[in-house]
Unconditional design. Structure first.
Length: 431
């Protein structure tokens, strides 16, 4: 087969993926951008089917893609498809005969089922609803298997098997999705300003990035206090973020974690990070706090003893996102990415509520449902402009530029919905 025929054969690979909590398209788009490739897709049924047809420049890019993605199950070179066996047969007959063979297109050589050189599959699409399966498939696909995705990482890095966990440790699958959205690669420096138990650092370290983080909670950073694991009262002496990385053979990528307040960054001016990947607290299972005092003239730090524990105040979500975006704009390298979760009250959500910054471009905005009335958005932003002066962006705090002030009451709205649901369930049980 000549080189041109090989390229033509790869012009329509069929992307097969498992339906999960987040759409996979943005992960694929980020990874293709990382590997220097682009894709096109004319499939109108995207989002209504677990199958996705797209064009990828080469098989090498397709294989590299599958070495990273946790959303996609497998990728195939598409040879033919149709809504019925007859349509599939016609589609295959139109495919160049020298590139494939079935009963009507004979292959040369013996079949080796133990060590096959090529694997061919027939895939039937019955939609996404397991409770409403049609009698006949919506579409039938036939193609050559190229590679599988990295779905096994979800199990091998499962939080259930992790040495050090907390109440809000990020799911392994979502951690890898965030790392892929952040285009994390080997030798990058990745930072998490709300590091918690460090679940997001593990995914980035798996891809060869050096990781560091900060958190305001002294006990969490040092692995002290009560344990989150069932039937365990206190954390052990070796329960910490570094031990988690050691558990997976990733300790060499650990830089450090510090006790620090995200509202008062302690970093020198400069661009240090290739990606900032984080999950800020929402005030539900973890409190939102910052250091400060209600006093008009707070006590200077130089007057405090070494054992002093700073007074903390409530940290409004709108202020938290403002500080996070400013910090990212100031410390990310050009082209670096900020990936974070934004909690929203679904009935009031609009796209204008997503925080913005003139130095950062919104790349993607994906939803994960939390309940009937709340969800969180996975926001990915890329630094496209050099940060100049922090005071220059202070106007972003005004109400005109900050429609996401409503995030401050997310906790109240979340629990009001829970209270209503419980009351409704109690009423139904009484009837």
């Amino acid at each position: 087969m000549c080189e041109k025929e090989v390229q033509d054969a790869l012009s329509q690979p069929c992307q097969i993926f498992s339906f999960i909590l987040l759409p996979m398209r943005q992960e694929i788009k980020s990874l293709l951008s990382l590997f220097g490739g682009q894709f096109t897709s004319n499939q109108e049924t995207y989002g209504k089917s677990p199958f996705w047809i797209l064009s990828i420049p080469s098989e090498d890019i397709a294989r590299n893609l599958m070495k990273r993605t946790v959303c996609a199950k497998s990728i195939f070179e598409l040879w033919g498809h149709g809504k019925s066996p007859e349509e599939l047969y016609s589609s295959l007959k139109n495919y160049p005969a020298e590139k494939m063979a079935l009963e009507f297109l004979p292959f040369e050589g013996k079949v080796n089922l133990k060590k096959p050189q090529h694997i061919f599959s027939i895939l039937e699409d019955y939609g996404l609803d397991p409770n409403c399966i049609p009698e006949n498939p919506h579409n039938i696909y036939f193609g050559r298997w190229i590679a599988d995705g990295q779905r096994e990482l979800i199990e091998s890095y499962s939080v259930k098997k992790r040495h050090f966990i907390g109440n809000t440790s990020m799911d392994a699958g979502l951690s890898f999705i965030m790392a892929n959205h952040g285009k994390v690669k080997e030798n990058d420096i990745v930072f998490d300003p709300f590091v918690g138990t460090g679940g997001l650092l593990i995914a980035s370290a798996h891809f060869g990035a050096y990781v560091c983080g900060t958190d305001i909670d002294y006990n969490t950073v040092h692995g002290l206090g009560k344990a989150s694991r069932k039937n365990q009262k206190w954390r052990g002496p070796d329960e910490n973020i570094r031990a988690n990385l050691r558990q997976y053979g990733l300790e060499k990528y650990y830089l450090d974690v510090l006790v620090s307040d995200a509202s008062k960054p302690s970093w020198r001016k400069g661009t240090y990070f290739d990606a900032i990947i984080t999950d800020p607290p929402y005030g539900i299972r973890e409190s939102t706090r910052r250091t400060g005092s209600q006093k008009e003239i707070p006590k200077g730090i130089e007057k405090c003893p070494e054992s002093h524990v700073p007074v903390s105040l409530s940290y409004h979500l709108s202020d938290m996102f403002f500080d996070l975006l400013n910090f990212a704009a100031e410390t990310l390298v050009l082209g670096g990415r900020l990936v974070y979760w934004l909690p929203v009250y679904t009935p009031e959500y609009t796209e204008e509520m997503v925080p913005w910054h003139p130095c950062l471009q919104l790349i993607s905005n994906c939803e994960q449902k939390l309940s009937s009335h709340t969800s969180r958005r996975l926001i990915t932003m890329e630094k496209v402009k050099t940060f100049e002066n922090r005071d220059q962006y202070s106007h972003l705090l005004s109400d005109h530029f900050l429609p996401y002030q409503g995030h401050n009451s997310f906790r109240e709205k979340y629990f009001s919905g829970v209270t209503k649901r419980i009351a409704k369930e109690e009423k139904c049980s009484q009837e």
